[in-house]
Design a protein around this ligand. Structure first.
Ligand code: 3H9
Length: 717
């Protein structure tokens, strides 16, 4: 809806009204409202604003899947630009996508100093197709427009002014400023203000610029098609007359609009918001559970994780007590945390929050905090002791959170007098940078504790996902079969290079072996030792590779026995110039080691192609995802997908593992799992999950109906 009023006698004020973000719905009457303003003889100029402090969040993404009819955005914007009365955009809050394109069709733009502007269509698998790809380069030049359109980044009002996107920035009431401005420009010639009639500003060596940008975009896009289409659209703006450029924009958009990638990226947009509406199997939910206020927090243990968590909390504005019992480690941590806070503040152009952190060797210092995050070494006895100390030291009601990535949250809770106050907050390293946070609830965690941890995660800017308590929670539990399949593929004839290349071409930033070299091979080794899986490497044959009743590959253990822990030792699945170096090079030693290993175990190497790598690694991971849904550890597929996209490098344009399974087709995933299970009966994780079978048997409902289908299937059991 758009509302029309007359203000100051001769200014027509159009207010976009479509909560929550005034998205431009095709069914809206903006065109009619605009026509009313333009045909009103008393109106000399027009101001467009949005209600509730937000100009416009762009086209209505929810409508993209439906049959859209009515005047298009592009026609509406064209009508505004062609108007014979000045039209001024009064930008508050956000002007994004179609919202900014609408503003670019206006003759002038006034922005509030706190507003943000951008063309983020690329992150939805689209391009700014309401003339934005053609007008922005004409307004601010090709290099700056390419940057904004291919990255989708939002700019502040100050940067928008500097770039020339807006004409004025105000700290006061934007609509009042725009009305005043509109009065002052009434009657002036509008020709110089119609952006589409301008040529793009001259740019030396245009071809070289586009070649360079295209190369950069292809590299960083990792298979995403929208950034490439964005470059092509801007190229059209730079080289063609406006009408032809618009036609090119339309053609490119038509291809993107119906693409699987656009569907995946738009699914991610809504999934990221859906995970905030968490619910627990007990029936507790986000909208009926009130979080407790958290102003003061403590972090116990200042290793890599504890340092990152301290920085994340302090940057969010909390006071933090950072506890490390050893003096030397405390001093080192203080120096490292201060450095991180200073660098972060410099990047964001704010003052570093150094004085928000108080360092202490004494756990008693946590007496008056609202929440504690324990980040000591992954050892259940040590963590239990810390939890008991915390229970005694903290004021009643303090929330006790553990940053464990593998231990049993419920076991820790049971060691405290108030298990309802205990939740897991599983951060990912580096904790002040990585977007993902798994909030792990046990059967006794109170809804209020979960609500508080979820709210804190949101404040820290994390994609926070509430998940149930089980070994590895959601992310690491699904990673296990993925990694194991990669090991098995090496045994059967693949190389780390082949496996990584297949996964990187799929869109992961790093294949499983390069990733393992980065995080350290010793991490998994320690876990496998703890599980009693590691045995001396001298045994041979099939029986040496069956442990605890299932196929096991000791390859990772053997590398660790050689001291090959990955990048930190300069050797792992690859070789590096020196310890700590990041450039992985193929290692002839590793290839002959694999040959000798296969010979020792009577394995005959066969040719393995990329398709098999993808099917075995990804479908094993997805299969575990179905087990997780069946167990109720994740409430819905969106939770799993957000975890994988924001924490595990799953390519966003493939939507996350469960969305990907939905795209490929559940029947196909089931058929391939059955195929590989027949070939490898000793691998339980290739045994299709019963939920997957039941979903296929019930007609493979689309992903947005899974939750309902799962409930129905469970009620039938
Ligand atoms: C486009 O414009 C294409 C054109 O170039 C060409 C067309 C031909 N549509 O994020 P929040 C919902 S493509 C529908 O939590 P915030 C959102 O789902 C569009 N719904 O709030 C949520 O719903 P719920 C390009 C939308 O204050 C609620 O609004 N535009 C849209 O943290 C609140 O959202 C973009 O990519 C939309 N466009 O942030 C901008 N936007 O409460 C996308 C939001 O049910 N939007 N919703 O979960 C954003 O970046 C942020 O929402 C914004 C507000 C910064 C605006």
């Amino acid at each position: 809806m758009a509302e029309y009023n007359r203000v100051s006698e001769c200014v027509g004020l159009i207010t976009l009204r479509n909560p929550p973000v005034n998205a431009l719905s095709v069914s809206q009457g903006i065109v009619h409202t605009m026509q009313r303003a333009l045909s009103d003889p008393n109106v000399k100029s027009v101001v467009i604003c949005g209600q509730n402090g937000i100009f416009c969040g762009g086209a209505d993404i929810k409508e993209f899947g439906s049959n859209m009819t009515g005047p298009t955005l592009i026609q509406m914007i064209h009508a505004i630009e062609s108007a014979n009365k000045p039209v001024v955009a009064a930008i508050e809050g956000s002007a994004l996508g179609g919202g900014l394109e609408l503003a670019l069709g206006c003759h002038y733009r006034i922005a509030h100093s706190k507003s943000r502007l951008g063309l983020p269509e690329v992150s939805l698998g689209l391009l700014p197709a309401a003339g934005g790809s053609q007008r922005l380069p004409r307004l601010i030049g090709v290099p700056a427009a390419l940057n904004l359109i291919t990255t989708g980044r939002h700019v502040t009002a100050a940067e928008a002014l500097q770039l020339g996107i807006v004409d004025q920035v105000t700290d006061h009431n934007t609509v009042d400023a725009a009305v005043k401005f509109a009065l002052s420009v009434a009657g002036r010639s509008l020709d110089p203000r119609r952006i589409s009639t301008h040529p793009c500003p001259q740019q030396p060596d245009l071809d070289a610029l586009f070649e360079e940008v295209m190369q950069k975009v292809r590299q960083s896009a990792r298979g995403a098609i929208a950034p490439i289409a964005c470059v092509q659209a801007v190229r059209a703006a730079a080289t063609l007359p406006y009408a032809q450029g618009i036609e090119r924009e339309r053609e490119l958009m038509a291809t993107l609009f119906t693409s699987g990638q656009a569907r995946a990226l738009q699914y991610c947009f809504f999934a990221e918001r859906a995970v905030g509406r968490w619910r627990m199997p007990s029936g507790a939910r986000w909208d009926t559970s009130k979080p407790r206020p958290v102003q003061k927090a403590a972090v116990i243990g200042l290793g890599t994780m504890g340092r990152g968590i301290t920085v994340a909390l302090a940057q969010t504005g909390l006071s933090v007590i950072a506890v490390e019992t050893q003096e030397k480690q405390l001093m080192e941590a203080k120096q490292a945390i201060s450095g991180m806070l200073e660098r972060g503040a410099k990047r964001r152009g704010v003052a570093p929050a150094l004085d928000r952190v108080i360092y202490s060797q004494n756990i008693q210092a946590v007496a008056d905090v609202d929440l504690v995050i324990e980040a000591v070494f992954e050892d259940i006895a040590l963590k239990t002791k810390v939890f008991q100390q915390l229970s005694a030291a903290c004021k009643p009601g303090t929330l006790l959170c553990t940053n464990t990535s593998a231990l049993d949250v419920d076991q820790l809770a049971s060691e405290t007098p108030n298990p309802e106050l205990v939740v897991g907050m599983h951060f990912f390293a580096p904790a002040h940078v990585m977007k993902l946070l798994e909030v792990v609830y046990g059967p006794r965690s109170s809804p209020q504790a979960v609500a508080t941890a979820m709210q804190l995660g949101k404040k820290m800017g994390k994609a926070s996902v509430a998940v149930g308590n089980c070994r590895g929670f959601v992310g690491n539990r699904m990673l296990k079969p993925y990694i194991e399949e990669a090991f098995f593929l090496l045994e059967e004839g693949a190389t780390p290079e082949l496996v990584d290349q297949a996964l990187e071409e799929f869109g992961f930033p790093m294949g499983v072996f390069r990733m393992s070299d980065l995080s350290g091979l010793d991490v998994g080794w320690r876990v496998r030792k703890g599980d009693g899986l590691v045995e001396p490497g001298t045994a041979s044959g099939r029986s040496a590779r069956i442990r605890q009743g299932r196929r096991y590959s000791p390859l990772g253990d053997l590398l660790c026995e050689e001291g090959r822990f990955g990048q930190k030792t300069g050797r792992g699945w690859y070789q590096y110039d020196k310890p700590g170096s990041r450039v992985a090079r193929s290692d002839p030693w590793l290839h002959s080691f694999l040959g000798a290993y296969r010979a020792q175990h009577g394995l005959v190497a066969r040719r393995i192609d990329h398709q098999e790598v993808l099917e075995r690694c990804l479908y094993a991971l997805i299969n575990e995802g179905f087990h997780i849904l069946d167990d109720g550890i994740a409430a819905g597929p969106e939770d799993i997908d957000v975890i994988y996209v924001s924490g595990y490098g799953w390519p966003r344009h493939c939507g996350g593992p469960m969305f990907y399974a939905n795209m490929v087709g559940l029947a196909k995933v089931l058929e391939r799992l059955e195929h590989y299970q027949q070939l490898h009966p000793e691998v339980p994780h290739l045994q299709p999950s019963s939920l997957l079978r039941r979903l296929v048997a019930s007609g493979s409902p689309p992903i947005h109906k899974w939750e309902e289908a799962i409930k129905k299937l469970h009620s039938q059991l």
